[in-house]
Design a protein around this ligand. Sequence first.
Ligand code: ATP
Length: 271
Amino acid sequence: ARAQAMQVTKKPSVEYADIGGIDEQVREVREAVEDPLANPEQFEQVGIEPPTGVLLHGPPGTGKTMLAKAVANETDATFIKMAGSELVQKFIGEGARLVRDLFELAAEHEPAIVFIDEIDAIASKRTESKTSGDAEVQRTMMQLLSEMDGFEERGDVSIIAATNRFDMLDGAILRPGRFDRLIEVPEPDAEGRERILEIHTREMSLADEVAFADLAEETEGFSGAELESLCTEAGMFAIREGRTEVRTEDFEAALEKIERDEATGTPVAFY
Ligand code: ATP
């Protein structure tokens, strides 16, 4: 069961070119993770410590996991992913043991990128109620921090975490030597949405008439993940019509099929 909780990918296939609309974030992640792995001597010569951990925060489906995978791809590193929710265990000491296993696994696969998604599951501000469950979660977080404190001996292992709940995080994990590089990954703006639509239609047969700029305007509030679903849905409409070419009308039909949150305009689901 322990091995199942961790997802290990030798060299993920995601590339920076697959990520749209967050060029600045790509640059920051490369600087914080790639440069120290590729040129450790540069940091030595300048006389500074590279960031210990990178924390990506922002709404769901904006490319945080993609960013972490793309760095692993670029640095030929093994990508080891674990969800914070998986680290919340029933039995005393079990969460901490998983954290130890995670870093042991990373050390065996150097160079490696450890990616902890939903870090808020183990690193939220202490709640008022001091139940035994809270104490166990606390222990798991302490284990993570202690693994990070011992980082210098660890060699070529980088750690990236992600959260949609930055406001909930315990300040203890953000101190220097811990997650000391924060990168916000926002929802894409119109230009970003245009780029993401281009990326997700690269392999599709599109009619010449399809105008990404117009579609980008019509998809305010969409995340990258939602734009990807929109493209797939448009393709489904073309298939339903017995066509192999996807037209503007298919995108319009897909857009109509989306149920949106009335207040924010954010897509809720396709129905
Ligand atoms: P979560 O917080 O829910 O884990 P996330 O920010 O990690 O979300 P990803 O898993 O990276 O989001 O994105 C999910 C999918 O959405 C990707 O596999 C990709 O197809 C698409 N996607 C999201 N953001 C982008 C982007 N900026 N450019 C291109 N595709 C994107």
